[in-house]
Design a binder for this molecule. Structure first.
Ligand code: SAM
Length: 282
């Protein structure tokens, strides 16, 4: 590993450490879910991985290495927010923008780095969600981490949503090569696919939101998810500092009365949900 990468990992782990400390100072509660979040973050920071976990993670990272070297072009329909300063209109995001990139470029730009993927893995190992959803599959790297964690837990399944058809097919191949039968990919825009996924699979115990980093869209996904969540659940938002809009969305979401604890790790935000009201859908 080169110096630049080592420094980046050090910085991310510092964000994890500082964010966790800060959020724990804001709550006196040290009950089970708070302890679980604490443990997942610390195990990530200190890279505490059992031999069984290591075997699986090595397999996923081998897939990442192959993807990172694959110069095959792939056509991508992007229903997301583009770049932090793109200011795409709702209409443009709904129609999608088609472009071409190599598998390597796509993997390097979009897939969660191993440190953050390990955090998702550790959260799932601790919380043992029966039903988990991911918004934004891409090539299936983070989904593999999460589904493997469920596989080691010997319980739970992951439903992962991806708008871009060719990318979704590549993710499916990666899950097949890992022989993961507890993960399914749903292809289509989140707005088109999420309602049916929630209706068919609730109650939902865990969601990783890693696509469509638009302020209003992120708030809308949170509001759409809420009625279908278990009485206690975990929502993990990626890229909460990616743009001013994402920061605003995060700041609004954490003020919701159902958010018991919000952990701001700068790149990723974790919300522990404890429902105050029984909403329709559950
Ligand atoms: C950052 S990537 C996900 C990376 C993946 N979670 C990982 O770490 O391996 C976001 C993905 O979400 C998809 N996406 C973005 N907006 C979407 C939308 N509105 N509907 C469906 N898919 C969308 C993109 O096509 C892209 O593949």
């Amino acid at each position: 590993m080169n110096l630049k990468n080592s420094l980046r990992i050090f910085q991310w782990k510092f964000w994890m450490y500082r964010g966790l400390k800060k959020s724990l100072r804001q709550t006196k509660q040290r009950d089970n879910p708070v302890i679980k979040i604490n443990k997942a973050v610390y195990e990530t920071i200190y890279n505490r991985i059992s031999p069984e976990e290591k075997t699986w993670i090595n397999k996923i990272e081998k897939i990442r290495t192959n993807l990172n070297a694959d110069k095959t072009p792939v056509s991508i329909v992007d229903f997301g927010a583009g770049k932090p300063d793109s200011k795409r209109s709702e209409k443009v995001m709904a129609e999608g923008i088609t472009h071409s990139a190599t598998i390597a470029e796509t993997c390097k730009i979009a897939s969660k780095p191993s440190v953050w993927a390990l955090l998702l893995f550790k959260l799932i190992r601790e919380f043992k969600p029966q039903t988990a959803i991911e918004l934004g599959t891409c090539l299936g790297i983070s989904a593999s981490y999460q589904a493997v964690a469920q596989r080691i837990n010997q319980q739970g399944r992951l439903i992962t949503l991806e708008g871009s058809g060719e990318i979704a097919e590549l993710a499916k191949k990666n899950f097949e090569s890992l022989r993961l039968d507890n993960v399914s990919v749903i292809t289509g825009r989140f707005n088109d696919t999420l309602p049916a996924v929630l209706e068919t699979n609730h109650p939902i115990d865990y969601v990783f939101i890693d696509g469509h980093h638009d302020e209003q869209a992120t708030i809308a996904y949170f509001e759409n998810l809420l009625p279908y969540l278990s009485p206690q659940s975990l929502l993990v938002f990626d890229d909460i500092s990616w743009s001013k809009g994402m920061r605003k969305a995060w700041n609004k979401i954490i003020r919701d009365k159902n958010v018991k604890l919000a952990v701001d790790l700068k790149m990723v935000g974790i919300c522990l949900i404890e429902k105050k009201t029984i909403l329709t859908g559950n």
